[in-house]
Design a protein around this ligand. Structure first.
Ligand code: NAI
Ligand code: MG
Length: 490
């Protein structure tokens, strides 16, 4: 076990850096490792074990054994739920430490990390409650037969998650998978391995049988790819970039694995002149700058009706200039660093491109400070639909403001993208609100609010923003197979 040496006693110790396979913490067969950073300083936090294809194979075999011949497959559904409730309690017990670890490794503000931990607890409890409520049906077939359906686990699930909500994404993936009785091999993002490792320890403490959850850190192109191509993995659940999903879908085709994807977007946030202006300004601000814009649902295309456009942008810019950027562990901080130098450079590249292509830079556009990976809150005004900053997912604190005139026009322009994850509308007119909600192509629509995502409601994308749904009852569909049993009656 690696013992971290840290400057601030307030920062949590890194207790575990190995691979969790079959209930044991193991060194990788081929001895791989990688360094993980504090994005607020650029300093190395720890060296973490990296899994190769050989470790993936060991973990998949352990997960298969746990499913087919271990206690997990025969366990009462209610008992599965009890283990999940126990894990939720342990996360609650450790949430201060986990939140600090998340902020340290991911750069999100401590307040956001604490909110994430509550989300983790809520998600685990919600799905723990489902464990003994996943039911089949009796079906009125023709003839003298009794037909009923069983809902059974899909099997061994490979789960690949990103770095923007490290532990919350883990919970969104473990929750429904475990409630439905599957076993899991998870690969966390290489940028943020630390809270997942702690979570592995907590899962063992909760008493999950060996092999039910396996955790393999490592790179996408090696560890992730080995998981996707492994013939004994039944399904891949992935959250990340749309281009990575294309690679995964192609690789999964060889074994016809099930796949579910959640893939970000370029979400339209539409403000009509009849909105509550104070709420809409605050809402549009939160929509783009929450977690430094590193959010799949970020409101990065801000459509503002001509009549209020000038005032709206000025008020938004004022707020952006006042944003407190700094140490994510300081409770007064409102915006931490971007997760990595790579992400910071990508965002700054778009800031340059926006200016080159002729958008008006209202504020920001620069790196903040010279240590760590901070970017100023940035506003581009008078953006055109075909500019790169209006089309590409920037995944940073950069908003494109697009003025508009009419309802039909803005709905058509909002839909002019291959993404379809989220959308929002700000208006007091219920007719406009519901018309927009019905016609916009997005998996989530917010009316006079933004970023309200609850574990109980389905979440996912239209078009190239995803396949399938997470959260809510909807996720259970994607973690069960339906089996029809027909009995001849005399
Ligand atoms: P990514 O899609 O490359 O990484 C996400 C996860 O996939 C990580 O665990 C990574 O190791 C894994 N991965 C990468 N290549 C893989 C492969 N060939 N096979 C299997 N697994 C693989 O995203 P990345 O590079 O971290 O970020 C790039 C951009 O992706 C961001 O700027 C953002 O636009 C988008 N993104 C979207 C997220 C969302 O919430 N929808 C989350 C993170 C990134
Ligand atoms: Mg990548």
């Amino acid at each position: 076990m690696a013992q971290a040496t840290m400057k601030r006693s307030a920062t949590p110790a890194i207790r575990q850096t190995k691979l969790l396979i079959n209930g044991e913490w193991l060194d990788p067969v081929e001895g791989g490792s990688f360094e993980t950073y504090n994005p607020a300083t650029g300093q190395v936090l720890a060296k973490v074990a990296a899994a190769s294809a050989k470790d993936v194979d060991k973990a998949v075999k352990a997960a298969r054994r746990a499913l087919e011949s271990g206690p997990w497959g025969r366990m009462d559904a209610a008992e599965r739920g009890r283990l999940m409730f126990k894990l939720a309690d342990l996360v609650e017990r450790e949430s201060d430490e986990l939140a600090k670890m998340e902020s340290l490794n991911c750069g999100k503000t401590i307040n956001d990390s604490l909110a994430d931990m509550q989300g983790v607890v809520n998600t685990l409890r919600y799905y723990a409650g489902w464990a003994d409520k996943i039911e089949g049906r009796t079906v009125p077939v023709r003839g003298n037969f009794l037909s009923y359906t069983l809902r059974q686990p899909v099997g061994v699930i490979g789960q690949i998650i990103p770095w923007n909500f490290p532990l919350l994404m883990l919970a969104w993936k473990w929750g429904p998978a475990l409630a439905c009785g599957n076993t899991v091999v998870m690969k966390p993002a290489e940028q943020t391995p630390l809270t997942a490792l702690r979570m592995g320890e907590l899962a063992m403490e909760a008493g999950f049988p060996a092999g039910v959850v396996n955790l393999l850190n490592g790179m996408g192109e090696t560890t992730g790819a080995a998981l996707v191509s492994h013939p004994d993995v039944d399904k891949i659940a992935f959250t990340g970039h749309v281009d990575t999903a294309k690679i995964i879908q192609k690789a999964a085709a060889d074994t016809l694995k099930r796949v579910t994807f959640e893939l970000g977007g370029k979400s339209p946030n539409v403000v009509f002149a009849d909105c509550d202006m104070d709420e809409a300004v605050a809402g549009a601000f939160h929509a783009i700058y929450f977690h430094g814009g590193q959010c799949c649902t970020a409101g990065s295309r801000l459509f503002v009706e001509n009549k209020i456009h000038q005032e709206f942008v000025e008020r938004l810019a004022e707020k952006a200039k006042e944003r407190k950027i700094g140490d994510p562990l300081d409770p007064m901080t409102e915006q931490g660093p971007q997760v990595s130098k790579e992400q910071m450079d990508k965002i700054l590249g778009y800031c340059e491109l926006g200016q080159k292509q002729g958008a008006t830079l209202m504020t920001g556009g620069q790196r903040h400070g010279d240590k760590g990976f901070f970017v100023e809150p940035t506003i581009f005004d008078n953006v055109k639909d075909d500019m790169a900053i209006a089309k590409d997912e920037i995944f940073g604190p950069v908003v494109s403001v697009l003025p508009f005139q009419r309802v039909e026009e803005v709905i058509e322009r909002a839909n002019r993208t291959f993404y379809g994850l989220a959308a929002a509308v700000w208006t007091q007119d219920i007719d406009k609100a519901h018309r927009f909600a019905r016609e916009v192509k997005a998996g989530t629509v917010w009316v006079n609010c933004y970023h309200i995502v609850d574990t109980t409601t389905p979440f996912g994308g239209f078009k190239m923003s995803g396949q399938g749904r997470e959260n809510g009852e909807a996720a259970l569909e994607h973690y069960t197979e339906s089996k029809t049993v027909t009995v001849k009656l005399k």
